[in-house]
Design a protein around this ligand. Structure first.
Ligand code: HEC
Length: 138
């Protein structure tokens, strides 16, 4: 009997070890404002929370005609980028928005914005939440 049991016990031991390793490797999803991850700010206002970030970090370069203009809600929403086209902001979907891609590490095109530093995690989260809440003119 012992000769049959030992290999079985070893096999179960390996299976158990594999399972517990998998559990340890589970990564925590970033806070995207999903149902189980309430956003930091519940209702983000474009005028009070988002535009001030653009004014402080973006409009010195993105304030002219053509390309991405971040000086107002209407200018932003009608912006057409060279690489992201009219997907600079995709209302309701921060992950599909070129603007979010550009302010996070390793964007798909070009360099991370702003070129002379980076936004804080709270600022990035504020912009993400505003877009996920529908990119309203609020
Ligand atoms: C110092 C000037 C400068 C600042 C400040 C700056 N940008 Fe840019 N931005 C550029 C340049 C130059 C490009 C084009 C090259 C590139 O994509 O890397 C660009 C490209 C972009 C694009 C891509 C447009 C496209 O589709 O090609 C987005 C979106 C963008 N910037 C957003 C921002 C945001 C948001 C901020 C503020 C957090 C910001 N930028 C700050 C100079 C700047």
């Amino acid at each position: 009997m012992r000769k049959i049991f030992s290999p079985l016990l070893i096999l179960f031991g390996i299976m158990f070890a594999a399972c517990s390793t998998n559990t340890e490797n589970l990564t925590v999803e970033p806070d995207n404002g999903g149902e189980n991850n309430p956003p930091i700010i519940e209702q983000v206002s474009y005028a009070s929370n988002v535009q001030p970030i653009f004014n402080a970090s973006c409009t010195n370069c993105h304030g002219g005609s053509g390309g991405v203009n971040l000086t107002s809600f209407s200018a932003l929403m009608s912006s057409v980028g060279n690489n992201y086209g009219d997907n600079v902001v995709v209302a309701g979907n921060a992950d599909a928005s070129g603007l979010v891609d550009k302010i996070e590490p390793n964007p798909q095109h070009g360099s991370r914005m702003p070129t002379n530093g980076s936004l804080s995690n709270t600022e990035i989260q504020t912009i993400r939440t505003w877009i996920n809440e529908g990119a309203l003119n609020n």
